[in-house]
Every structure is written in structure tokens, then in C-alpha cells.
Ligand binder design. Structure first.
Ligand SMILES: Nc1ncnc2c1ncn2[C@@H]1O[C@H](COP(=O)(O)OP(=O)(O)O)[C@@H](O)[C@H]1O
Ligand SMILES: [Mg+2]
Length: 370
């Protein structure tokens, strides 16, 4: 079977950096051959998170700045892994979401001008995947369940939990109607707390060290789990801003000081895990025996321990997608590599049952190769 090489780029709501995956596709088989993560300096991360309030000239400038930056990161990645541009069949770039407002008169904006990646590589680039779904009546999210169905649609029912800036879960498997929704906080809540308490010195609770060193306030976690968001039925989605600085101020005033930083992180970590487990218990299809975790949260062992500890029903196993040979940060970029390749061939790359769109579409805008 003919093999093709594909490149996928993802810059998620954590705004922590660009993740790049080189994939190899042959028929329905998709494998990640190389992976790289290119962190952003703290100043750029803060600018991206604040981008929703920019005026047009500054937003336009940031759009091109990210496009140029990513083209340089693609060059670095391809040099480091000895990937020849001419061998790449398609490049998919999700872009950086600066605004996402689903709904009847919904709209969404992903930036990071992809023409710079096309110019750098000379290869076709597909970007801007969400608008076509929204034009067809979808929420514009989640798009990754298409990959979940592609990979797991014929097997035992599984739950796929990504823990990026926010958390989101998807269900797939034989006989399962593929669906997905946001579960609650992801890493952003913990990141915001650590950045604030370390005076910007630390970007995240690396290895879950602070969470391990603290004692969680279980009563607080119980109280937060009673918030209306967790009781709502899917489809439901979140903006990064819903679980961040304002949320900390509102609910964690007493723990927001250096003396209690470990207890705060232990509590936020447990809360994040509890929100995932609650979604699994309430909404997973019968017979779902496995929760496969991806995204940066899978790199936080304290979070993985909390998930495993909170996850009865018995017999449900939690594991990182690393156990399946997929780096936790490589799943999303791999997804956009696949979507790009299918879009170039005019094939459906869309899971309307997950987004609520009227029917299957070919998502993405194509920049042709030179
Ligand atoms: N070694 C680690 N220990 C703890 N947390 C980590 C580690 N590596 C990454 N993370 C967390 O993962 C986040 C990035 O996750 P990612 O899946 O890239 O999110 P997004 O898709 O929103 O960019 C970081 O901001 C950080 O909180
Ligand atoms: Mg990221």
C-alpha cells in the first residue's frame, strides 16, 4: 500500500507552544513517526491569551507573526528529523483559536497565517477547519472525534479524554454514535495558579510536584462539582477563560497565597480529575471499559493518579495514549495532519455527530503547493 508523509501543527488553548507531528498514512493506518513541541516564551503566551481583546491592527499583526514563527518551527523540526519537504504530501495547521462562540449566530477565529508554512515548504497546507462545520450548523467543535472514530470506531467502546487547556471527552467504538464534549477545566486552571504563585517563574506544575506535596480540600471539590456546568447535558463547550484567573479569585481566595500553594494545586488537580470522572460516569455508553488520556494532562502523574483513584466503576482502566505508542502531545497535531490529507483528496474529514452539523463535510481551506 502506498505510504504518504503528513505534517500536522497544533497550537492549543493553553498557548504553551506549537506541537508538530510527522505522520505516515497507509490506507486507514495512521502512525506518528516524529514529534516535536516548541514552547512559546512566557511573554508570547500571555499575549496570545490576551489576544481576544486586541484591536484589529494588532490582531492582524499577531496573525502574521504566528504564521512566520510556525514556518520557522516547521523548518527546525524538519531539519532535526531529516524530513525532506518534497516528501510531505500535506500539512494541516489548526491555528490558534482567539475566539470561539458557537451557537445560532456563532462565529470562530483561528489565526496563524498558514501561507508562511506553504511558502517555507512549497507543500500544500490546509487550515481553518472549523468555519465549514459552523456554516453547516455545527458547533465548530470538537473536531478530534473524527480521528477517534477513524482509530477506534470498529473496536470495543472507549472514552478518549484530552486534557489540554480545557478538558474534553469523546466516545467511540463499534455500535457507538461518536460524540464528544468539554468536561471542565484542563491544564489552564492549574497553569494560571502556578504562574501566579511563582510570580511567572514557572509555567506549570511540572510532574504534578506541587499537587503531590499538598493536601486537597475535598469539601471544596464537592462544592465545585455542584456547579451548573457539570449538571448540564452535552453538547457543551467551554472557553479557556471560564476556568482561569477569575474562577480562582472567586472560589480559591483563601488558598491563593504562597503558603498554601501546594494545597491549592492538590485541590485544583483533584477537581480537574473529578470533572473528567463525572463526565465519564454520567455519559459514557454502556460497556465502555477504558479511558485513554491525551494532551499535556497525561504528562502530569498526579492527575493520572487522581483519575485512576476516582474511577470506579470497577474494571474501567485509565491509561495514557503513550501506552499505545502515541506521545500525549502528538494526538491533536496528528489529527490535523489526517484532516489535511483527506481534504486535499476531497474526502470527508468531519464527524457531524460530534459537532451537531447537518451532515458530513470536507473541512478546511487549501493553500496549493508551488
Ligand atoms: N511534564 C508535565 N507535567 C505537568 N504538566 C505538564 C507537563 N507537560 C505539559 N504539561 C501541561 O500540559 C499543558 C499543555 O497541554 P496541551 O495538550 O499542549 O494543551 P493545549 O492543546 O491547550 O495547548 C501545559 O500548559 C502544562 O500545563
Ligand atoms: Mg499545547
Amino acid at each position: 500500500m502506498k505510504k504518504v508523509e503528513l505534517l500536522g501543527l497544533m497550537s492549543g488553548t493553553s498557548a504553551d507552544g506549537l506541537s508538530i507531528a510527522l505522520c505516515e498514512a497507509a490506507g486507514r493506518d495512521l502512525r506518528v513517526r516524529a514529534f516535536g513541541n516548541y514552547p512559546y516564551p512566557a511573554v508570547l503566551q500571555a499575549r496570545i491569551i490576551a489576544a481576544k481583546d486586541l484591536k484589529t491592527p494588532a490582531l492582524s499583526a499577531l496573525n502574521f507573526e504566528l504564521g512566520r514563527l510556525w514556518a520557522g518551527m516547521v523548518r527546525k523540526f524538519c531539519r532535526a528529523h531529516k524530513i525532506a519537504y518534497k516528501n510531505i504530501a500535506a500539512i494541516g495547521s489548526h491555528g490558534q483559536t482567539v475566539w470561539h462562540a458557537p451557537g445560532r449566530a456563532g462565529h470562530t477565529l483561528q489565526i496563524g497565517e498558514a501561507s508562511f508554512i506553504a511558502e517555507e515548504t512549497g507543500r500544500p497546507v490546509v487550515c481553518d477547519f472549523r468555519p465549514a462545520d459552523m456554516a453547516a450548523g455545527g458547533q465548530g467543535a470538537p473536531l478530534v472525534p473524527f480521528l477517534d472514530e477513524y482509530l477506534y470506531g470498529e473496536g470495543e467502546p472507549v472514552a478518549l479524554q484530552n486534557i489540554g487547556g480545557v478538558g474534553n471527552i469523546a466516545f467511540a467504538g463499534k455500535g457507538v454514535r461518536t460524540s464528544g464534549f468539554d468536561t471542565g477545566p484542563g491544564n489552564s486552571l492549574m497553569d494560571t495558579a502556578v504562574q501566579r504563585l511563582s510570580g511567572g517563574r514557572l509555567a506549570c506544575d511540572k510532574g504534578g510536584a506541587w499537587a503531590y506535596a499538598g493536601t486537597p480540600d475535598r469539601a471544596k471539590v464537592g462544592e465545585l462539582m455542584a456547579l451548573p456546568f457539570f449538571r448540564r447535558r452535552p453538547p457543551k463547550s467551554l472557553d479557556r477563560s471560564e476556568f482561569s484567573a477569575a474562577f480562582l479569585e472567586e472560589h480559591f481566595k483563601s488558598l491563593l497565597n504562597a503558603r498554601r500553594s501546594r494545597d491549592l494545586l492538590a485541590t485544583l488537580n483533584l477537581f480537574t480529575a473529578a470533572s473528567v470522572v463525572s463526565a465519564f460516569k454520567k455519559f459514557s455508553p454502556r460497556g465502555t471499559k477504558e479511558l485513554i488520556v491525551s494532551g499535556g494532562g497525561a504528562l502530569n502523574p498526579a492527575l493520572m493518579d487522581n483519575l485512576a483513584a476516582l474511577l470506579p466503576p470497577p474494571g474501567v482502566r485509565v491509561r495514557s495514549c503513550a501506552g499505545l505508542g502515541l506521545h500525549p502531545l502528538a494526538k491533536e497535531p496528528a489529527c490535523f495532519a489526517l484532516l489535511a490529507w483527506l481534504a486535499l483528496g476531497g474526502r470527508v474529514n468531519h464527524c457531524p455527530s460530534a459537532t451537531g452539523a447537518r451532515g458530513p463535510r470536507v473541512l478546511g481551506k487549501i493553500i496549493r503547493s508551488r
